[in-house]
Write a protein that binds this ligand. Structure first.
Ligand code: SAM
Length: 315
């Protein structure tokens, strides 16, 4: 549907849990997460999906927390993939529990995977996340083998932590058909508030004149894509701070307790609990209202403090 600023909203980020397998330094949250018992059921996510489809949502990205922590994740994917009007189901994961499950996810209806990876140093990976790097690397290969292409690798560069690894991370796209995307650290979560840690994507691009700009895959694509000679895959830069893309933002978020978050860079949230209990007509009206009133732009550059970390909102 069209929001009050004329933007066409057709993309839902659906967080199915706030729980996570990792404790990433800039994303971790120890307290206040939505308890498992209050997470929506697969059936309720399906109702959200159907309502969104009626309002013009065509693409759903399942995220979290860590979506693979949900024991019923195959059912969630399957139910959403079967919703009339939903054309694409994708997932963002840290891949710690992905090994051996890609085939089943694909069979359930998953079309693509985004895998988060910020370092290629096993010790640093353990320090930054508490997880195992080798697990992620083999999961990337499993996703490629299953032809969930392009596999996108999401990387957040943090000054003094992994800014010396930009070229190595880019080189993941040399022999593999993957897209390595550098996402600017957003002021979401405690570390993200620290401007000193932020790396401007323009600086990464300017330092690499061999990057050849590619046309976007679709209109309004937030990533600026580049080719590198001899690389199978491509490199992308998503720059919500240095190149704000709010004017063409096409997404809303629904969190694991059903609350709608129309904009990542605004603390505005809309409850759906009562509407879910009342029935589908009430849910439709609540969602229509929330989408219509999506804020005009994020407040990242004006001292915004998010009340929740990304793992709670759904990255
Ligand atoms: N657990 C899944 C994963 O790791 O991909 C999905 C959820 S995680 C919150 C999604 C993404 O959000 C990760 O790629 C993470 O790097 C990113 N993220 C978390 N906090 C961020 C921040 N302040 N700025 C930019 N990206 C952030």
């Amino acid at each position: 549907m069209i929001d009050r600023f004329g933007r066409s909203i057709d993309y839902l980020r659906l967080s199915v849990t706030e729980r996570c397998t990792l404790r990433c330094t800039y994303c971790r949250v120890e307290e206040g997460i939505c308890p498992k018992a209050q997470e929506l059921t697969a059936g309720e996510f399906e109702r959200i999906g159907k309502t969104c489809a009626r309002l013009g949502i065509r693409k759903v990205r399942i995220t979290g927390g860590e979506p693979l922590l949900r024991k019923d994740i195959l059912e969630i994917v399957h139910r959403l993939a079967a919703v009339d009007g939903i054309e694409e189901i994708t997932m963002t994961t840290n891949a710690q529990q992905l090994a051996g499950r890609v085939g089943a996810l694909k069979a359930a209806g998953l079309q693509r995977l985004n895998i988060s990876l910020d370092t290629l140093d096993p010790d640093k990976y353990r320090e930054m996340t508490g997880g195992e790097l080798s697990t992620v690397l083999s999961a990337i290969d499993e996703a490629i083998e299953a032809q969930l292409l392009p596999v996108k690798i999401n990387t957040v560069i943090i000054k003094g932590t992994n800014d010396d690894e930009v070229d190595d991370l880019m080189a993941l796209a040399k022999a593999r058909p993957v897209e390595v995307r550098f996402i600017e650290l957003m002021p979401v979560g405690e570390l993200g508030q620290n401007d000193e840690l932020r790396v401007n994507n323009d600086d990464l691009i300017a330092a690499r004149p061999y990057l050849r700009p590619l046309p976007p895959r679709y209109a309004g694509q937030p990533a600026r894509d580049y080719a590198v000679d001899g690389y199978k895959g491509r490199v992308g830069f998503i720059s919500p701070l240095s190149h704000k893309f709010c004017a063409s933002c096409n997404r809303i978020r629904v969190m694991s307790d059903g609350k709608i978050r129309p904009c990542l860079g605004s603390n505005l949230e809309v409850e759906t609990k009562d509407a879910l209990a009342q029935g589908d007509a009430a849910l439709l009206e609540t969602m229509r209202n929330a989408i219509y009133h999506k804020p005009v732009a994020h407040h990242f550059n004006t001292g915004f403090i998010s009340l929740k970390n990304m793992s709670r909102i759904g990255g």
